[in-house]
Design a protein around this ligand. Sequence first.
Ligand code: DAH
Length: 335
Amino acid sequence: MPLLEDIQQILAQGLAKLQDAAEADAMEAWRIKYLGTKGAVKAAMQRLKEVPRDRKRAAGQAANELKNALTEAFERRLAAISATGGGSKKARGPAIDVTLPGRRRRIGHTHIITQTINEICEIFARMGFAVATGPEVEDEHHNFGALNIPLSHPARDPLDNFYINPEVMLRSQTSTVQIRTMESTNPPVRIISPGRVYRPDTVDATHSFMFHQVEGLFVDEAVTMADLKTCLDQFCKTYFGRDVATCFRPSFFPFTEPSAEVDIEFHRPDSTRYWVELGGCGMVDPNVLETVGYDTEKYTGFAFGLGIERMIMRKHHIPDIRLLFESDTRFLHQF
Ligand code: DAH
């Protein structure tokens, strides 16, 4: 048989036989038969001597291609077999080890701010507070006017607020929800309102142009400052731990009279103490109750507004408020 035809046949036969070889032994036998030192490829190479000069080049090329094609096919087959179970007939099967533990998929969870809001709502729910909400885009009446904040008050400064137009703004405090709730509900009222507020502060470790507050409002007959103190003290002890002390410092807010700032006391590891301001509070100013049509002879109330990020940062020792807004999962996974 002429060499070129012979080569064609070796190739066809070799490839076909290779498909039948499934075990290590059969593969080795095939290798010896085709690629071994006394194998078919070698024999074809040796026959190159007989080929006349003018056809030597083409025949040499064909013999080389044969060798490469069979070597490649052999290696591919070997890899395929070892991937499906090492070549032994018994071990053949899909390239999946069903006994391996499953791959864990990381699922998300609620953000620490949301977790904290839920926790705050739960604590106040135990004291009888319902949750109320209000819009983040507010009119200046609910953000300022109805809260007894005079037109001349510096809190209204356009540079300290996000005004959309002279009457509409992003709310700068959750106290707006006090007004909205009292407008739509008759006393007694006992609500908290967590939510976002906006102020054009320059961002740094303790400031952001958007942050969260929780507002509280309790209006009923004979509500006193003692109720306010008990309520906030209980809240702080539940959220931060039994051993925190609270302090009510006299202060001023247009919508409360008298007003106070609430501080809580923390202990450093070296057992020195320091106070941190948590927010403002006070007895609802009768002007506010009158604006919403409540009978100020009959009803009194207390209100408070606390900064949520501040609480989170104290409780979890977070040094920079920006961490709470950056969505870095290395940070968020810790909560
Ligand atoms: N709205 C105040 C602020 O953003 C906080 C505040 C103070 C809320 C006293 C109150 C309050 O309800 O009674 O700074």
